[in-house]
Design a protein around this ligand. Structure first.
Ligand code: HEM
Length: 143
């Protein structure tokens, strides 16, 4: 009987996880995809970047930038739950915030190209703040 219960549990869990994965929005997938690169650069700048890894940081920043350019034109899942007028306003404001994030990202890239890792750390702070503002305002609460 216990075995049957365990099997049922495994089956139902995988079903729920499967549905969850299927329900991920394209924006979520893009955001997830840039998370490792964001952490790589952020950790390096906070702990003390290694100039020998400069090309790795630049490659990671380029990938984040491409992901952000795509994200900029997307509609947050939260906006899709609103009426037309509120939705339009949210999409507009979301895009403005995404531009702020891209500007900060370009500044991090500029600083690293100039081998100024102290400035890059400060610029990364602006990116982090934009990310926080973006998530506070436009990311749905956990279901
Ligand atoms: C480089 C900085 C950023 C990183 C690394 C990042 C990462 C993430 C991650 C890991 C998620 C969760 C995905 C999931 O639930 O599977 C997420 C979701 C989200 N992020 Fe970001 N994010 C960044 C910047 C931003 C900015 C600047 C904005 C807004 C202007 C934003 C808006 C959102 C939204 C709206 C979602 C929910 C997705 C949806 O609505 O479908 N993010 N982000």
């Amino acid at each position: 009987m216990n075995k049957l219960k365990t099997l049922c549990f495994i089956f139902l869990s995988s079903l729920v996880m499967g549905i969850g994965a299927y329900a991920d929005s394209e924006l979520e997938e893009i955001m997830d995809g840039m998370n490792d690169d964001y952490k790589l650069v952020g950790k390096a700048l906070i702990k003390g970047a290694n100039p020998a890894d400069k090309q790795d940081y630049l490659a990671a920043l380029q990938r984040i930038q491409e992901a952000m350019l795509k994200s900029k034109l997307m509609v947050p899942t939260l906006a899709s739950t609103l009426g037309q007028e509120e939705k339009d306003k949210m999409v507009n404001d979301y895009r403005l915030e995404m531009i702020q994030a891209i500007i900060a990202l370009l500044q991090v890239e500029t600083d690293i190209l100039k081998d100024d890792y102290i400035a890059a750390k400060a610029s990364f702070g602006a990116l982090k703040e934009s990310k926080k503002r973006g998530h506070d305002a436009y990311q749905e609460e956990d279901e």
